[in-house]
Each structure stands twice: as C-alpha cells, then as structure tokens.
Ligand binder design. Structure first.
Ligand code: SF4
Length: 299
C-alpha cells in the first residue's frame, strides 16, 4: 500500500478495522444528459453503460461477482451506472432503504450529478445518512467551463457549488470526480480543479486519467487526431502536483482509471493497474512527494 496518500482502503481499515468490498449496482435510472432533458448524447467519454460497465441490479448477484476476490461479508453498496438520483424521492426511498437496512451493507454510495439533488432528495439522503453513512459521488471532471462544454457535462460550475453547499449543510459526505488529461485543460486547469474540489469540502476525490473507450464520441475525436492521451510520466507529474496540494485528511478514492479492457483504446499502459500503482509509488518516493506537502502553503 502506498504511504504517500490517504487511500480509501486505509480509510476503511481505520474506520471499520478491515476492508469493505464495493458492489457495483444499477438503480434502474437513466441520465438527464442521455434521455434528452439536457442532451441525448451524454458526456463525451461516457460509454453506453453510463459509466457502470460492471453494474448489476441485484445485491446477491453483485456479491457472487466478487466472491472469488473477497471472503468477508461487509460491503459498500455502490449505485454506479448512470444518474442514481434521477427519479422522484419515493422511488429512491423504496430503492435505497432496503439496501441500507441490510446487515451486510455498511455504506451506501450513490453516483449522481449535482443537478439531480433537489431539496427532497437531499432530505431523503439525510434520513438515510442517519441510519448508515451515505456517500454521494459527483462527476465534476473540470472547473474549466470551455472544457466542460466540450465534454458535454451539461451543467455550470455554480450548480456544483450549490450541491456541495447543500450536502455540506446536511452533513452528507461527498466525493468528487475529476479527469486528468481532458482536451483543452492545461496542467494549471487540472491542478486548479483539484484545489477547487478540496475547497468545496469534499470528503474524498476520485481522480481518473482520460481514457478513450471504443463506443464513445471521444473515440471519434481521438481517431481524428484532435488530441492525444498522456504518457505515464506526464500523468505521474500531474498526480504529484495534485497530491501535494490536497489536505492530508482528504480520502483518495481513485488515482487511475479502470476502463473495461475490451473497449479501452488509449492509453493502453493503464490496463495494468498494479504496475501503474507500483511505478507511481516509486515516482512519489523518488521525488519526495506526499499528500498535503504543499497544502499549508496555499492556505
Ligand atoms: S452524467 Fe454520467 S451517466 Fe450521464 S452522460 Fe455523463 S458520465 Fe454518462
């Protein structure tokens, strides 16, 4: 395990005494960025599965999927595919309550968009959060509004600000996703995005390297030569800069992407996640980089 940042596995060990395994679930909802409310094409990098390529609808089925990797019986129920608060509060209550009440579920984690968190939904999440921890995952990706338009995120930065404020007010932890290597984003934009996420008081961050998957519009632009993907060395340099300016207690939920290997087009070096994390560990060690190193300097 890397000692250079506060990983989610470290957080879980500290909080629960051991690892919890994540079950990738689908809540049966679509996404306003796909069904026509905002757009019909979705975010430019989103696959037809709505970023939930491994998700299933049934918890016991999801448990059987991970049975050969995990022998414990405590899980995070992770509603991953599409937008998991894109429904009315009654539907969501009926969906999430039986899940959070299960003895084998310790955390309810919900991936959604900041524009799908109305007052009634926040109230529901707050109720659920009083039973067991609820994590809300928000796909921000970048604070550069031009890049946000290019990737067809479909909401303005102020919408994220409002959602972050409301979640903080309700005492609900949220984890914000960002992407490194987006066409149009400079290194300064990327580092500023990480800083913005920390300042929004997100409890955690998920950092992904831009992946090009076959069945996406991003693939079309990639094939047309409109941008190139990062080398491992370039990626490590940016990760180093990001880690240094994040607060030490911010949980790092992800540092690489985990795209499905059968549709991954580029960068192919990311396919071997273990090798990448090992090499990153060496990079951070060799360059004496650790999370929070420069955090105090920017306060
Ligand atoms: S918000 Fe999520 S599910 Fe919707 S199009 Fe974007 S990545 Fe896909």
């Amino acid at each position: 395990m890397l000692p250079y940042y506060y990983s989610v596995s470290e957080y879980l060990k500290k909080t629960y005494g051991h690892k919890l395994y994540k079950l990738s679930l689908s809540g049966g909802m679509t996404c306003p960025n796909r069904d026509g409310l905002i757009d019909t094409k979705g975010c430019i990098f989103c696959s037809s599965q709505g970023s939930g390529d491994f998700a299933v609808t049934d918890i016991d089925k999801a448990k059987s999927v991970v049975a050969d990797k995990y022998s414990g019986n405590e899980y995070i129920a992770y509603f991953q595919s599409f937008t998991n608060t894109y429904a009315d509060a009654d539907y969501l209550k009926n969906l999430f309550t039986p899940v959070i009440m299960r003895d084998d579920i310790r955390i309810l984690s919900i991936a959604t968009r900041p524009d799908c968190l109305g007052t009634d939904i926040i109230e529901l999440l707050s109720e659920l959060n009083s039973i067991k921890p609820v994590w809300v995952e928000l796909g921000l990706q970048t604070i550069n509004e031009d890049t946000a338009r290019y990737i067809r995120r479909g909401y303005k930065l102020s919408v994220y600000d409002e959602a972050a404020h409301n979640l903080n007010q309700a005492g609900i932890q949220f984890i914000t996703h960002m992407i490194v290597g987006l066409p149009g984003d400079t290194t300064a934009d990327t580092v500023a995005t990480a800083r913005y996420i920390a300042d929004s008081k997100a409890s955690g961050i998920k950092i992904a390297l831009l992946h090009v998957l076959k069945d996406t519009d991003l693939y079309v632009d990639y094939c047309a030569g409109r941008f190139s993907t990062m080398t491992m060395e370039e990626y490590f340099q940016i990760i180093g800069q990001i880690l240094a300016i994040l607060p030490k207690d911010m949980v790092i939920h992800r540092l690489t992407g985990d795209g499905p290997k059968n549709t991954l087009v580029a960068p192919l070096w990311t396919a071997d996640k273990k090798r990448v994390l090992n090499a990153l560990s060496h990079y951070l060690k060799d360059n004496n980089i650790y999370q929070g190193k420069d955090y105090e300097h920017r306060l």
